[in-house]
Each structure stands twice: as structure tokens, then as C-alpha cells.
Design a protein around this ligand. Structure first.
Ligand code: E4P
Length: 214
């Protein structure tokens, strides 16, 4: 499973990149707004840090606007993946941008039927938001299982990009289901490495190491 980091904070991206654990980056308007920086400046800097798919989202919701923004994003860097919302004009934009050679990440997916349509339109990635489903008393991971099964039943090459990840269990469950990608906030990436027995074991090794004659 590939790991993307889900953030607009370049310091977090640099740290994760140094650990060698990320294959790409996803951003969204909410994440970039937190930085106080211009969206294009943030994405341009991210492209200099990570050599992998970098998702940058359109803000328009009409076809012409999404195409205009998508084409502008595609010119920023060859690694840009244009993030398009799962609405009818969004599907049209995905189809056209794909024909022009631009990959799209279809975002705000909350149902298997939406995922089928995104794949039919030619999405490179589908982003089901599992945490937000959990938030409304649905089981987000059930959606991942259904989409993985459906895509495997046919010849869709759309990758399942698990989004709205909130905890390490989400990551492990997504991997068990065979999801292609998990996009993970920095806080959860840090949680993934932690285990109390690692800390206890390391402390003991350090103490015992001092008892070894030199
Ligand atoms: C990623 O592509 C999504 O924008 C992000 O994972 C949404 O996460 P949230 O539901 O925690 O805002």
C-alpha cells in the first residue's frame, strides 16, 4: 500500500519524506487555508520536496471553472493530480482532463455507486472519506471493502485512495483490504510507529549495554 501524507504543512512533509515513508501528498482547501499561504505556492513547494503524485484541488464547481483550474494545476508540475469533487460536472471534467493527459483524484466519495461513476469517467484515484462516515455513525471501512471488491471485479484501473483517515487502525484495516493508497495526516503517521514494548525493550537494551565490559 502506498502512503500519501494529507497536509498543507511543508514542514510535516519534509519530516515524513526524510523518514522515507511517503509516496505522495494530498491537499485540500481546508488544509491549505490553515497555512495562511497561497495554494499555488504551497503546492509548488511540495512538488520540490516529494517526487510522487501531488493532489491539488479545484475550487470551482462548474465544468468550465474546473477545467480552467485543472489545466492551470497541470502546468505547475508533471506530478500534479487534479482533485475534482464527485458531482456531475466533476465527472465531465475528469473525462476531458484525462483525454488531455491529466490525472484526476475524485474527492468527497461517500458511496460505492459514486465510486463506480468516478472509475467509469476515468479517475486515476477515488477518495472515499472514511472518517467522515464514521462521524455520522456509518462504518467508513465498509465502503473501502465494497469499492475494492467492485474495482477488482472489473478492469477499472482507478486506485482506491483511502482518505479522511483518523487513526492507526484505519491504516491497518485499509491495508488488510488491499486498498492501493492511504492518505494519512502527520499526527497519525507519528502514531503508527509507536508501541510501548518498543520503548520498554529499548530502555532495557540501553541499560544492559552499559553493563558490557569494554
Ligand atoms: C484527502 O484527500 C481529504 O481531503 C482528507 O483526507 C479529508 O480528511 P478530513 O475528513 O479529516 O477533513
Amino acid at each position: 500500500m502506498k502512503f500519501f501524507i494529507d497536509t498543507g504543512d511543508v514542514a510535516e512533509i519534509r519530516e515524513a519524506q526524510a523518514q522515507g515513508i511517503i509516496d505522495g501528498v494530498t491537499t485540500n482547501p481546508s488544509l491549505v487555508a490553515k497555512t495562511g499561504r497561497k495554494y499555488k505556492d504551497v503546492v509548488t513547494e511540495i512538488c520540490e520536496i516529494v517526487d510522487g503524485p501531488i493532489s491539488a484541488e479545484v475550487l470551482s464547481t462548474d465544468l468550465e471553472g474546473m477545467l480552467r483550474e485543472g489545466r492551470a494545476w497541470a502546468k505547475v508540475h508533471r506530478n500534479i493530480v487534479v482533485k475534482i469533487p464527485l458531482i456531475p460536472d466533476g465527472l465531465k471534467a475528469v473525462r476531458i482532463l484525462k483525454q488531455e493527459g491529466t490525472r484526476c483524484n475524485v474527492t468527497l466519495c461517500f458511496s460505492p455507486s459514486q465510486a463506480i461513476l468516478a472509475a467509469k469517467a476515468g479517475a486515476a484515484y477515488i477518495s472515499p472519506f472514511i472518517g467522515r462516515l464514521d462521524d455520522v455513525s456509518e462504518t467508513g471501512m465498509d465502503l473501502i471493502e465494497k469499492i475494492v471488491t467492485i474495482y477488482n471485479n472489473y478492469t477499472f484501473d482507478t486506485e482506491v485512495l483511502v482518505a479522511s483517515v483518523r487513526n492507526p487502525t484505519h491504516v491497518v484495516d485499509a491495508a488488510m483490504l488491499g486498498a492501493d493508497v492511504c492518505t494519512v495526516p502527520w499526527s497519525v503517521l507519528q502514531q503508527l510507529i509507536k508501541h510501548p514494548l518498543t520503548d520498554v525493550g529499548l530502555k532495557k537494551f540501553i541499560e544492559d549495554g552499559k553493563k558490557i565490559p569494554v
